[in-house]
Ligand binder design. Structure first.
Ligand SMILES: Nc1nc2c(c(=O)[nH]1)N[C@H]1C(S)=C(S)[C@@H](COP(=O)(O)OP(=O)(O)OC[C@H]3O[C@@H](n4cnc5c(=O)[nH]c(N)nc54)[C@H](O)[C@@H]3O)O[C@H]1N2
Ligand SMILES: Nc1nc2c(c(=O)[nH]1)N[C@H]1C(S)=C(S)[C@@H](COP(=O)(O)OP(=O)(O)OC[C@H]3O[C@@H](n4cnc5c(=O)[nH]c(N)nc54)[C@H](O)[C@@H]3O)O[C@H]1N2
Ligand code: SF4
Ligand SMILES: [Mo]
Length: 705
């Protein structure tokens, strides 16, 4: 019997919690959250890792398409054959159209620099990621105010007196460390205010639940700002010292009284005022979490801006129980690790970010803006797309329409641990080993207590998959870019990364990470000069960059349109037991939740003759897609909205458990691929209406959690 215990990093979702894995004879027998950081806590998905390893319904060796795109006919090939296929095409595309006609998309996160470096070294500036459908509006709004993006602050929730979550359903959409902190905060008597269009796991734990009409968070936030300013319940000293544009804000919000907000969003005026009473007691230990999900309406950039402004009014930056500027190795007197880096080629991006659209972060650009370029070939054609841990068809709306754009490409590659919907349509699938079977580079984990982290394999491979560092190295070597990854083993790479820091690989042994400090590092809140990377060096309520782009910094509120008669606004979200679409086929997690349902308000359901558990047909606006699922008739969802879980409705026959189970929200999003927020950049995923009717299909036996 060979027993082992290995510290690593979970990969069942992109939160990447630190874990400890026990194995016996190369089988995983136990996984828990790293005791030193998470006290052993782990979620259901994290525990389902061994089922992922054992699952044969994932690609186990490279596949090359052997029929039309999407036909599902594949040839199993060796790695050298797959590499040759890809690199021959890439070389041809490079010489015919230029290197910039190749796009690489990935999931972001601590290891993206390697993939970004690869595409830069190849000669293309076109690195992109998933964030156009995730946190981009919040990110860009934070940049426009604070000069740092959405990750420019971490939240000291544990020590907060009041946490306010706008559609941040954290007890379903998990981040274990944040969940533990929030439970501690509640135990210590802290308050949790939760805002959503429906009741949720988080709302149930909250001290206060505000149910709003979909898309009206901006009104609620403006009402709060109005009341705080009217009472002068803000940190005047902080504002005086660090904030510009406060007078314009005061003038702007005069019209947005709590009484006005109440009419708009449905929360009572008295409740808004009581809430502000509490803020006055709790500040500065107050956190308005800028969240993600309310941020996919067409005014979300401004709604998110309003939340950032609320934080500014609380004066909570760099305060215990407030917003903390993440610290890195430099703050601990330690040189940082090395990473592979190649400068971005000096060529216009294919999505227009940085030259056509100057107010957006150039880093990953905006993935959906490559589609019009594929069509127009202006400024140049896009001929290849490499999706590394990214599924454009699940991530962005209207996969049907995306196929037509992608057909303009000569090469589509999916580097994935599963069959993704995009992978199924692509030319080559390169299977990455699962997170339990592979190593990744060392990464910096910034925060109040920065550390170096590392994912290392817990078990040896028993199939023909490869880790991503190896895949990119092999591709680079064949593309005459041997200088890209000049290491033969991950240990050599790790050693090179650690060299400047003075630490050794053995320093990971004790805890699984290398702590760079034993105390929380805080800057002096009275001396934050230089922390706000805006043009003026201050927090900018009025932003010149927005002005230059012809956009207002403070935008008049516009009421969201009501659904057309007979239709509902489609909202979506997550469950604690699945990660987007890629765990639906996991044998254990599929057993917990095999399909999704459609939440509908009791009164709305009654009008349509729909009872709880009845099958309903959900039909997209232009009737391009429809699906049938059981109705979940509830009192606690706004009557204008219906709600479903994202990730279902997959159509990959080799995933027998997930194929055709439930409905796909992204396929219901007619006309959304080119409907995006000009100020924030993100796709307006929540501006979608659907028809719901009682289904005439016969009920199958269905299980629901
Ligand atoms: N309609 C609708 N659209 C949405 C959302 C929604 O709720 N509704 N949510 C949005 C949000 S918040 C996000 S973040 C995006 C997410 O969109 P994506 O980032 O595209 O989705 P994920 O499912 O996280 O993962 C992408 C791919 O990574 C693969 N993968 C998983 N593990 C590994 C691994 O270890 N190695 C490799 N190489 N690949 C792996 C998965 O199989 C999947 O194909 O979607 C967005 N789009
Ligand atoms: N278990 C699990 N955890 C995850 C993920 C996962 O797939 N599974 N994905 C991770 C990722 S990539 C992300 S981005 C985060 C997402 O984390 P969250 O944004 O917290 O999660 P969601 O479930 O997408 O959406 C949250 C809520 O927004 C609500 N909502 C819809 N419209 C409105 C509105 O107008 N106003 C308000 N206030 N609320 C509204 C929905 O009803 C839903 O309950 O979760 C992360 N954690
Ligand atoms: S939240 Fe769960 S699935 Fe995601 S990284 Fe943490 S333990 Fe893994
Ligand atoms: Mo996300």
């Amino acid at each position: 019997m060979m027993k082992k215990s290995v510290y690593s990093i979970c990969g069942m979702c992109t939160v990447r919690c630190p874990i400890r894995v026990e194995t016996e004879n190369n089988k995983v027998t136990w996984i828990e959250g790293n005791q030193h950081l998470l006290g052993g806590a782990l979620c259901a998905k994290g525990s389902a890792g061994p089922a992922l390893v054992a699952d044969k319904e994932r690609p186990q060796q490279p596949l090359i398409r052997d029929g039309a795109r999407g036909s599902g006919r594949w040839k199993e090939v060796s790695w050298p054959t797959a590499y040759d296929y890809i690199t021959d095409k890439l070389k041809k595309i490079k010489s015919e159209y230029g290197p910039e006609s190749v796009v690489l998309s990935s999931r972001g996160g601590p290891w993206q620099s390697l993939y970004k470096a690869f595409i830069h070294r190849f000669g293309s500036p076109n690195y992109t990621n998933h964030d156009n459908t995730c946190g981009r509006n919040t990110h860009h709004s934070s940049l426009s105010i604070n000069g740092v993006g959405r990750k420019g602050f971490v939240y000291d929730i544990k020590n907060a007196k009041h946490l306010i979550l706008f559609g941040r359903n954290m007890f379903s959409s998990l981040r274990i460390a944040e969940n533990l902190q929030t439970l501690d905060m509640l135990d210590n008597g802290g308050k949790l205010t939760y805002v959503d269009v429906r009741q949720t796991m988080t709302g149930l734990k909250a001290t206060r639940f505000f149910q709003v009409r979909p898309g009206t968070d901006y009104a609620l936030a403006l009402g709060m700002i109005h009341e705080i300013i009217r009472r002068e319940a803000y940190d005047a000293e902080f504002i005086e010292r660090y904030v510009t544009g406060f007078d314009q804000l005061c003038y702007f919000v005069e019209q947005y009284t709590p009484a006005w907000a109440a009419k708009e969003c449905g929360v009572r005026e008295k409740a808004i005022k009581n809430f502000v009473d509490e803020l006055q007691e709790d500040m500065p230990k107050v956190i308005f979490h800028p969240g993600w999900n309310y941020s996919r309406y067409k005014d979300s950039f401004y709604a998110a801006r309003a939340l950032h402004i609320l934080n500014v009014l609380m004066g909570s930056i760099e305060q215990k129980g407030g917003l903390i500027i993440p610290k890195g190795p430099g703050d601990c007197g330690v040189p940082s690790i090395r990473n592979i880096d190649f400068p971005k080629p000096d060529i216009k991006r294919g999505d227009g970010v940085g030259w056509k659209y100057n107010h957006f972060d150039k880093g990953p650009g905006l993935a959906h803006l490559f589609f019009p370029t594929m069509e127009s070939e202006d400024p140049y054609p896009i001929k290849a797309w490499i999706a590394m841990r990214h599924d454009p068809f699940s991530c962005m709306p209207e996969p049907q329409k995306q196929e037509k754009y992608f057909d303009k490409c000569d090469l589509l590659v999916s580097i994935d641990a599963h069959y993704s919907e995009f992978g199924w349509y692509s030319d080559v699938i390169l299977p990455e080993s699962t997170y339990l079977e592979r190593d990744n580079g060392i990464c910096v984990q910034k925060g109040p207590k920065p550390r170096f982290g590392r994912r290392q394999k817990a078990i040896e491979l028993e199939n023909d998959t490869k880790p991503s560092w190896q895949i990119f190295k092999d591709l680079a070597d064949r593309l005459d870019m041997k200088d890209f990854f000049p290491f033969d083993t991950i240990e050599d790479f790790w050693k090179w990364q650690l060299e400047p820091t003075g630490f050794k690989l053995e320093d990971f042994d004790e805890k699984g990470f290398i702590p760079l400090t034993d105390k929380v590092i805080m800057y002096d809140p009275k001396n934050l000069d230089g922390q706000f990377k805006t043009p003026s060096g201050k927090i900018e309520i009025i932003s010149k960059k927005l002005d230059d782009a012809g956009l207002p910094s403070l935008k008049e509120y516009e009421s969201p349109i009501r659904p057309p008669k007979g239709m509902f606004r489609l909202v979506y979200g997550r469950t604690a037991v699945h990660t987007h679409g890629h765990t639906i086929n996991n044998p254990l997690l599929n057993e917990l939740m095999p399909e999704n349902s459609l939440w509908i308000n009791v009164k709305a359901a009654k009008k349509l003759g729909i009872a709880d558990g009845d099958l309903v047909d959900v039909v997209s606006e232009n009737e391009t897609y429809s699906g049938t699922v059981p109705a979940r008739v509830v009192e606690y969802i706004h009557p204008e909205a219906v709600y479903t879980l994202h990730g279902f409705g997959r159509e990959i026959p080799l995933q027998t458990r997930a194929c055709h189970a439930g409905i796909s929200d992204q396929k219901l999003m007619d006309n959304k691929l080119d409907d995006w927020d000009q100020a924030g950049g993100a796709i307006n995923l929540c501006e979608v209406f659907v028809v719901v009717r009682r289904s005439v299909r016969s009920a199958k036996r269905r299980v629901e959690l």
